[in-house]
Design a protein around this ligand. Structure first.
Ligand SMILES: CC(C)(COP(=O)(O)OP(=O)(O)OC[C@H]1O[C@@H](n2cnc3c(N)ncnc32)[C@H](O)[C@@H]1OP(=O)(O)O)[C@@H](O)C(=O)NCCC(=O)NCCS
Length: 172
């Protein structure tokens, strides 16, 4: 297993991981229309990687030389003074879950944030995503706030929970 910064050449793999994992995770939890409407967007991803702000990062994780997971993060987006870094997204392909890749990506993200002076962390997860919630609880995160899922019109009756680490040193 290897974690490394994403390059422009990883755009296709990242998009495949995002869509396949999102569908597998949220089918039955979110409306079918949202699940079926999701599309890979490698050009958009490549552009986002190319224009990635200096205070953000994208990591990929390889398993047997294949890119099978990724994480994206940066500064916390709402101005929470107690949680200054954020992991915006983390996805591990279903066939590669439970092998430590998620933990390794969180560790690398926490390390990267700390090098920028951000040693606290927040991550949002859908309330119904029990696997994701157990993962964050296992890593020592505490549920600290809730909000309606704003990303998708038509899913605003779903709730997201923020998990927080006021000090990421145990994660690193
Ligand atoms: C949540 C996710 C990132 C975890 O990544 P992973 O590589 O499967 O997790 P790891 O193998 O690193 O596991 C780390 C810890 O989490 C716990 N964990 C992981 N998957 C679990 C599961 N299905 N049920 C219970 N606990 C689980 C394990 O106990 C493990 O601790 P341990 O090593 O001490 O036993 C991955 O399952 C995923 O991408 N899920 C779909 C997308 C998603 O939900 N993203 C997060 C919310 S935005």
């Amino acid at each position: 297993m290897r974690v490394r910064p994403a390059t422009l050449d990883d755009a296709e793999a990242i998009e495949r991981i995002r869509v396949e994992t999102w569908r597998a995770t949220y089918r039955g939890l979110l409306p079918d229309g949202l699940i079926d409407g999701l599309r890979e967007n490698p050009d958009g991803r490549r552009e986002r990687l190319r224009a990635q702000p200096a205070d953000q990062f994208s990591f990929v994780a390889e398993d047997a030389g294949q890119v099978v997971a990724f994480a994206v993060g940066g500064r916390e987006r709402s101005g929470d003074p107690a949680h200054r870094g954020e992991v915006y997204a983390i996805y591990v392909l279903p066939a590669h879950q439970g092998k430590g890749l998620g933990r390794a990506l969180i560790r690398q993200s926490a390390h990267e944030l700390a090098t920028r002076g951000l040693d606290s962390l927040l991550i949002w997860v859908l309330r119904e995503n029990t696997i994701g919630r157990r993962f964050y609880e296992r890593l020592g995160g505490r549920a600290i706030r809730e909000k309606p899922l704003e990303e998708f019109p038509g899913a605003a009756d779903h709730i997201e929970i923020a998990y927080g680490w006021s000090d990421t040193s145990p994660l690193r």
